[in-house]
Design a protein around this ligand. Structure first.
Ligand code: APR
Ligand code: PHB
Length: 390
């Protein structure tokens, strides 16, 4: 088989890249290790920066998120039981975010790809990529027991943190940066109305909480838990009880509980691999970087990588220009590191850092006081939350 751009991974990065390239008349083939149904069972963050929603529009897949996404003009920081509203619209000159689950983003992209009749090989086993440092990159995989070889002009590694693409790059050509946090997030999804119309990021001596949502009737809540916690030890009742203890009084009062639809623990990690291109292989999204979920930057960073990558490839095919390809890694990394900084900062600010020296805890308190009391600091927070320029 042969294609112009071989995309490894049918998560949001790979699917969005495929859609943008298709609209520019560039052929793609996607190889995905899992089934399509499995890809749609993953539950991840649900806040889209305006730039991400615009890119979905450009890809021709913005209709449902414009109709069903919830426009959020602000969110709250709840500090030890007192809620402070961050007015995104006022602080950023009129910008706001869209609450729309990543699962729905993926579903919209998958349907558009299927409607356009574009090829995706699901359940592709033993995916290997080769010769991406030459003019003739290719991949091998096994689908339904048959071995397949695919030749391509370029390979896009959109295969997430545990994918094969980054792992195929010689170790001495990569520099890895990583920070693992000493806690995780226990998340619960339920068909119950959210405690508030806007997201609440809560700091509390018992640990961080996030009250988020997918719709006016579906809530997503998170609790900071030690890394040693196991999800089996958290009955729904135990989750709701712990959440209520950490909420501000008004939220605790309004909390409606119900059976969980999903419950899982995710570790928190900051990670960047540099560079993001090796010859004719590009890394995009979680394959190249991970942020802790505080601030919901993961999907938005994946989208900005894909914007740069689609532009670079379109320039290559239309104008025979190498410029976008040469600058891909540095353009991405400049935005990636700013989002890494913001996600690390918001995580450090809002989580219980009791394990750290008392000095650290006092600094955190001082920083919170400062941020909430300073118009300049609030603008910095809001500008990062709605997303830095692409
Ligand atoms: N071969 C083929 N496909 C693979 C392989 C492989 N060896 N390894 C992984 N994949 C697939 C996974 O099954 C998955 O469907 O690649 C896809 C990667 O998707 P994601 O992990 O969702 O990564 P990405 O598309 O970059 O999306 C970034 O995900 O983690 C969140 O916060 C993050 O929202 C952001 C988004
Ligand atoms: C979510 O809704 O899952 C969510 C929202 C905001 C975040 C992280 C996760 O910062």
């Amino acid at each position: 088989m042969r294609t112009q751009v071989l995309i490894v991974g049918a998560g949001p990065s790979g699917l969005l890249l495929g859609q943008l390239l298709h609209r520019a008349g560039i052929d793609t083939l996607i190889l995905e290790r899992q089934s399509g149904e499995h890809v749609l069972t993953r539950i991840r963050a649900g806040v889209l920066e305006p730039g991400t929603a615009e890119l979905m529009d450009e890809a021709g897949v913005g209709a449902r998120l414009r109709a069903e996404g919830l426009v959020h003009d602000g969110f709250a920081l709840a500090i030890d039981g007192v809620r402070h509203r961050i007015d995104l619209r006022a602080l950023t000159g009129g910008r706001s975010v869209l609450v729309y689950g990543q699962t729905e983003v993926t579903r919209d992209l998958m349907s558009a790809r299927a409607e356009a009749g574009l090829p995706t090989l699901y359940d592709a086993a033993e995916v290997r990529i080769a010769d991406f440092d030459t003019e003739r990159p290719h991949a091998h995989c096994v689908v339904n027991g048959a071995a397949i070889r695919i030749d391509a002009d370029f390979i896009a590694g959109c295969d997430g943190f545990h994918g094969v693409c980054r792992a195929s790059v010689p170790a001495d050509a990569l520099r890895l940066f990583e920070k693992v946090y000493p806690f995780g997030w226990l998340g619960l999804l339920s068909d119950t109305p959210p405690v508030s119309d806007e997201l609440i990021y809560g700091r509390h001596p018992r640990g961080f909480t996030l009250c988020s949502m997918r719709s006016p009737t579906r809530s997503r809540y998170y609790l900071q838990v030690p890394l040693t916690e196991r999800v089996q030890h958290w009955s729904d009742d135990r989750f709701w009880e712990e959440l209520r203890r950490r909420l501000d009084p008004e939220a605790a009062d309004r909390l409606v509980t119900g059976p969980s639809l999903e419950k899982s623990i995710a570790p928190l990690r900051s990670f960047v691999a540099e560079p993001m291109r090796f010859g004719r292989l590009f890394l995009a999204g979680d394959a190249a970087h991970i942020v802790p979920p505080t601030g919901a930057k993961g999907l938005n960073l994946a989208a900005s990588d894909v914007r740069y990558l689609s532009q670079a490839l379109i320039e290559h095919y239309r104008e025979r220009s190498q410029a976008g390809i040469d600058h891909y890694s540095s353009r991405c990394l400049s935005r990636v590191w700013k989002a890494e900084r913001f996600s690390w900062w918001l995580t450090s600010l809002m989580h219980n850092v009791d394990q750290e020296p008392a000095f650290q805890a006092r600094l955190q308190q001082a920083e919170l006081d400062y941020v909430l009391g300073s118009e300049a600091a609030l603008r910095v927070l809001a500008e990062n939350y709605v997303g830095l320029p692409v």
